[in-house]
Write a protein that binds this ligand. Structure first.
Ligand code: ATP
Length: 240
């Protein structure tokens, strides 16, 4: 018997004005799973994450966390329910230091001892951030900012991490490092919904994946199955 999923999207529709971005997306994640959301530019991947975080309005359909709807909650309340969003384009606060950015990630928490020990945990998970802890985030390289954005999201102690394109504009060596850290995070039981253009890296990490095409789920299955799929190979694995 299947347990209740941690997150379930049921027949979700989202519009931007006259543009229909999501057309009936249904997907689910069980606690502890890493699930990849693949698809071409504009397929609706980022929109799906924004809808879960309540950053945009859903036209119809349901988003259930532990079986109860997130409808009507503010984005901050969604974070407080255990869902952290690491947005595309690493929106760190450039004028603030690395440590200040990490502290902001914990703003929904009030356990100061826990925040302190999690800050230390982030600095050991991301040694480069420890080196640069007092530096303004805007002076970090693209890859370092991506790591900071990830560490900041983790400071909320999320049960569910929504991760949008961690490899975008990041050097290959740093992509490797980020995925190594994601692998370590998986061991700690964090559930991850991972949006990626880099399908090979994503399928290497994920348990399962969904492929979006123009706002709908076109394919879904285990990461192993989808890696073998002719269609996925041609569209997203560079023909390999
Ligand atoms: P990308 O990787 O390029 O971000 P994506 O799969 O994440 O692609 P979305 O960003 O979710 O796709 O976009 C889905 C659709 O919604 C696209 O047609 C896009 O042009 C449109 N869209 C996204 N954001 C907006 C917006 N703020 N206003 C109007 N249309 C938008």
């Amino acid at each position: 018997p299947q347990t209740q999923p941690l997150l379930a999207l049921q027949n979700l529709y989202v519009n931007y004005g006259a543009v229909s971005a999501l057309r009936g997306v249904s997907l689910h994640l069980h606690a502890g799973e890493v699930v990849a959301l693949l698809g071409a530019n504009g397929a609706g991947k980022s929109t799906t994450l924004r809808a879960i975080s309540n950053l945009i309005k859903v036209a119809s359909g349901q988003i259930l966390l532990d079986g109860s709807p997130l409808t009507g909650l503010s984005p901050t309340e969604v974070v407080a329910r255990g869902v952290a969003h690491c947005p595309e384009g690493r929106r760190v606060f450039g004028g603030m230091s690395v440590l200040e950015n990490l502290r902001l990630g914990a703003s929904v928490r009030s356990d100061s001892e826990g925040i302190k020990s999690d800050t230390e945990r982030m600095l050991s998970l991301f040694p480069i951030l420890a080196e640069r802890r007092s530096q303004a985030a805007g002076t970090l390289s693209g890859g370092e900012q991506q790591m900071l954005a990830l560490a900041r999201a983790l400071m909320a102690r999320p049960r569910l991490l929504l991760l949008d394109e961690p490899s975008l504009g990041v050097a290959p060596l740093i992509i490797k490092e980020i995925f190594k850290i994601l692998r370590e995070l998986r061991e700690t039981g964090v559930t991850i919904l991972l949006v990626e253009q880099n399908a090979r890296a994503a399928l290497g990490l994920a348990d399962r994946a969904y492929v979006l095409r123009t706002g709908s789920v076109a394919l879904s299955g285990s990461a192993a199955e989808l890696s073998q799929s002719e269609e996925v190979a041609q569209a997203y694995l560079g023909g390999g």
